[in-house]
Write a protein of this length. Structure first.
Length: 262
């Protein structure tokens, strides 16, 4: 399927994107003293702008952003905004569920601190599985000369038969890992229902108690929730890539992004 047909297909099925942009970005200070990291400039375009362009080029025009830290600086038109008012005390999973009402159909999930090529998103959109994660299987190449972001911080995955069986930080040795989750995922309508219903069932039990690798559900990453879904017997599919993206989490990453993305 060529690019134009992919864009039409995504638009016709009312595919939505939810971007999580609430965190305070402490590692990038002082660059983020007055803005969240998604608003950092990379050769004349912010990280967020580059994401929005990739999404719209693939036919995704229904876009939701969850804001928190320095929310007043994220003001792109034609976007629905949700506010994580407690971003200093919670984490990515809780940020996502501030936009729970938007998870009523198929949607793409994205961290706000990644830049990805259109081809990466296209490959994800091609997946028909209920829950699909983009996995970089050449992930170790990203950590060569990347000194400010240790491998221990990577969200590594173990995969069997294209199914993710383990995911998270500090749960796998590098040699055990199949790849790294880049922060880009897709949920079909059924996948979204599985996510929402499971979160609803466990909220009271784990909200302020240990949950997977997190101190509590409130402090959990999306990967903690994905592991919970796996443990409950749900299939999580791997969409494999090699390169075509970058995470901007440190000043070193920001400088490298400027070299890679014109």
């Amino acid at each position: 399927m060529d690019w134009e047909n992919r864009a039409i297909s995504a638009s016709k099925r009312n595919l939505k994107a939810i971007i999580i942009a609430a965190g305070p970005s402490n590692r990038l200070r002082p660059l983020t003293d007055d803005k969240p990291k998604c608003m950092l400039d990379i050769n004349g375009k912010s990280i967020m702008q580059r994401q929005l362009e990739a999404l719209t080029q693939c036919g995704i025009n229904d876009i939701v952003v969850v804001r928190g830290y320095k929310k007043e600086t994220i003001t792109y038109p034609n976007i629905r905004y949700y506010e994580n008012t407690d971003y200093e005390n919670n984490n990515i999973l809780r940020s996502l569920f501030y936009a729970e009402d938007e998870m009523d159909g198929e949607f793409v999930f994205s961290y706000s601190d990644i830049i990805f090529e259109k081809s990466v998103l296209e490959k994800l959109l091609h997946s028909q599985r209920d829950i699909s994660l983009v996995i970089d299987i050449d992930w170790l190449a990203h950590y060569q000369h990347r000194y400010q972001h240790p491998v221990a911080e990577a969200e590594l995955v173990m995969v069997e038969d294209n199914k993710v069986i383990r995911i998270g930080k500090n749960i796998l040795k590098p040699e055990e890992a199949y790849g790294e989750f880049i922060g880009l995922a897709k949920f079909t309508k059924r996948g979204a229902e599985i996510l929402r219903s499971t979160y609803g069932r466990i909220t009271n039990q784990y909200y302020n108690r240990p949950f997977q690798q997190a101190a509590s559900l409130k402090k959990a990453y999306l990967t903690d929730m994905i592991q919970e879904l796996i443990d409950r017997g749900n299939v999580i599919s791997s969409v494999d890539i090699k390169d075509g993206w970058i995470e901007i989490d440190t000043p070193e990453d920001w400088e490298r992004a400027g070299q890679l993305f014109g």
